[in-house]
Ligand binder design. Sequence first.
Ligand SMILES: Nc1ncnc2c1ncn2[C@@H]1O[C@H](COP(=O)(O)OP(=O)(O)OP(=O)(O)O)[C@@H](O)[C@H]1O
Ligand SMILES: [Mg+2]
Length: 363
Amino acid sequence: MNARDEPQSNRHVPAGVSRDGHRDQILTSLEETASHYKAILETTVDAIITIDCQGIVQTFNAAAEKIFGYRAEEVIGNKVNMLMPEPYRSEHDGYIGRYLKTGVPKIIGTGRQVNGLRKDGTEFPMDLAVSEVPLKDKRLFAGIIRDVTERILLEEQLVQSTKLAAVGRLISGIAHEVNNPVSIIKLHIASVMQNIESQKLPEDLIETLKVIQRQNNKIGQIISGLQAFSRQGSFSPDWISVNQTVHTALRLVENTLQNQDIVYQAELEESLPKVFLDPIRIEQVLLNLFNNAIEAMPGGGVLTVSTTLETDQTDEDWVVVRIRDTGTGIEEEHLTQLFDPFFTTKEVGEGTGLGLSVSYGLI
Ligand SMILES: Nc1ncnc2c1ncn2[C@@H]1O[C@H](COP(=O)(O)OP(=O)(O)OP(=O)(O)O)[C@@H](O)[C@H]1O
Ligand SMILES: [Mg+2]
């Protein structure tokens, strides 16, 4: 439009309003719109990041600052792949280039879950949706990012709880059925053993009976372990001192620690707030963890228990108990199975693989 056309474009100017006044009005309304969008951008809970065709960050909103731990000025003007761990980091340049050349999008227009990298070096799972923003003179890409750490954790917990609930039902059925014959055998052997002298049984038969008795008792112990696992049980919480509970549980393994040359180290934070818990359950959990630690240090070592008060990202306070040992450690490939009922790396008869799944259920 050239200057001579202008009078025509002023057709809608209300009577009595000058051309300058009209321009001011438009500017004001543009400013209002801009600040309106800026406010939305800065208050949304999702991170919104825009980049140009070279992958250089143009905008970085407040939620992005919170999620990634960078201030906007530390990121704007730099390549966006600073927010990505490998292998995404190296692949990203090639990815934009390919898209610009072929027009075939991989993520653009859709969403997917990838990993992000925070300033402190930690990786986290995030949902990423990328859209292309075609402007008059350039193309921008906008990424909307949601930190899904919490959601993934909850999903995993749900899967684990569902698995435990199903196994729990199966186990309580089996335990109940097996318990009857085991109790009957126990009673009968006990009565035979009582009269062992008068019956004048041959030595080797007595030995055999003792083996049967020991093995039957073992079955009985496994059954009670299984029942502890599947029992919904009563829950009697109270305001308790976690440090006190740690001491109580420790007393139960004190002798074993001494016998096995294990040094106990306590790093208990004083003046922790009380927490609302069932102390018996927590003792049981601690006992399972202590036993695992002891079993992992057959040649001696150090068992460390620490308690601390920690605040999470949502500003909630937690009393955290950590148990550390200097034992064999856990193979990386076993980590995902630790809480599965019956997962054990111990010899037959040495571990049922229920300690951690019972603890998980209790927690
Ligand atoms: N502190 C630890 N050090 C090394 N490995 C461990 C430790 N804690 C657990 N594990 C591994 O996890 C597995 C499962 O532990 P869990 O307590 O559930 O069962 P378990 O100790 O094998 O048997 P149970 O507790 O029923 O006697 C163990 O067999 C072991 O491989
Ligand atoms: Mg165990």
